[in-house]
Design a binder for this molecule. Structure first.
Ligand code: COA
Length: 332
């Protein structure tokens, strides 16, 4: 029997309407547009402000667009993985909630949290499920409402993050396509440099956790910066080397959008021209699990079936890695 591969047959994304600009942030904390643009590359970010709306609502919009684009009946979907660090609630999984809201009644669903690497880890996991031959349609989501856990009095983090969701469809193919190779890494010793400590089993919600603002994201940006550059660069170069690829064999570099300076540095180390690096950090900021699928959605018209892409990310945990992907033919 021919080996089954997981072809990527569609992508869609969603960002909320409300735009928070650098000028808006200047009125909230001691910062300025010039600092934010030169240190991060971010000009604005989209924020889900509507009361009662959560990560699942953005994911639903991305998934609905994906189903329409690929001509898929929701009942055909076998499986949904939602990469996220801002699940609607601790349980049930956001993927379950999305499936219910969209009517994907035959899908089994779970969330995957690998911080900013959640989408990469989810895509690899889903591809292996598809390769088992048991599934015909799997949806992989990367979605986050970081504004729910950002401290808008902390200038070192509140300028960085935005909200959004992206989703891709995987379908079986007998041709080698989809995820061709990957290196994924984890190192829990980095847990004190980037975290949201309150609200879990270690520090359940209490008066003290609220007073100490432990439910917000904390990051030692300067230290994380160095690990991020090293992690993305090393895995990227290793994947290229072991597949005998040069920059000319890769059509697009798709990096996690945490900082424009990190993106430029990683591209430079891989000798990759910036015209072939996907970028949306200027308009969305760091949308965590959503950066990579949102990039794929933004550049969709420029990606052709058969194009090779290198996806790379680094996040809390630490978690990081690089994936070599071949773009598939569009669904129906
Ligand atoms: N506006 C103005 N000044 C600011 C500021 C802001 N929003 N935030 C911090 N500063 C100040 C600091 O207080 C510091 O002042 P000091 O020199 O007087 O102490 C100075 O700017 C430099 O701060 P630093 O933290 O060294 O800046 P940086 O160049 O490292 O940029 C980040 C900060 C967060 C943008 C950057 O470190 C980063 O992107 N880190 C990695 C993010 C990442 O990859 N995360 C993993 C995936 S999410």
């Amino acid at each position: 029997m021919a080996r089954i591969h997981a072809a990527i047959t569609g992508v869609h994304g969603y960002v909320p309407d409300f735009v928070l600009t650098n000028a808006d942030l200047e009125k909230m904390v001691d910062t300025n547009d010039e600092w934010i643009r030169t240190r991060t590359g971010i000009k604005e970010r989209h924020i889900l402000k509507e009361p009662g709306k959560a990560t699942s609502d953005m994911a639903v919009e991305a998934v609905k667009g994906l189903l329409e684009k690929t001509g898929t009946d929701p009942m055909e979907v076998d499986m949904v993985i939602c990469g996220t660090v801002t699940a609607d609630m601790h349980f049930p999984d956001t993927a379950n909630i999305v499936a219910d809201k969209v009517g994907m009644k035959n899908a089994f669903c779970f969330d995957l949290n690998a911080a900013c690497s959640s989408f990469l880890f989810s895509l690899v996991t889903a591809s292996h499920y598809m390769e088992s031959g048991r599934y015909k349609k799997i949806i992989v989501i990367g979605a986050d409402k970081l504004s729910a856990v950002v401290d808008y009095t902390d200038r070192s983090t509140c300028i960085l993050f935005g909200d959004g969701a992206g989703a891709v469809m995987l379908e079986p193919s007998e041709q080698p396509t989809g995820v061709l190779d990957y290196i994924l890494k984890s190192d829990g010793s980095g847990r004190d440099l980037l975290y949201q400590k309150g609200g879990g089993s270690l520090y359940p919600c209490s008066k003290e956790t609220l007073e100490k603002r432990m439910h917000y994201i904390y990051q030692d940006g300067r230290k994380v910066f160095k690990y991020a550059v090293e992690g993305m660069k090393n895995t990227l170069l290793e994947v290229m080397k072991r597949n005998n690829l040069t920059k000319d064999d890769i059509k697009w570099l798709v990096p996690h959008q945490a900082n424009m300076r990190i993106i430029e540095y990683v591209a430079k180390m891989a000798d990759f021209p910036m015209e072939r690096v996907m970028i949306n950090i200027d308009k969305y900021g760091n949308t965590t699990s959503a950066t990579i699928p949102l990039c794929l959605w933004n550049y969709e018209d420029q990606i052709k079936p058969g194009d090779k892409l290198l996806l790379t990310a680094f996040g809390g945990g630490f978690s990081w890695g690089s994936i070599l992907v071949e773009w598939g033919k569009p669904g129906k």
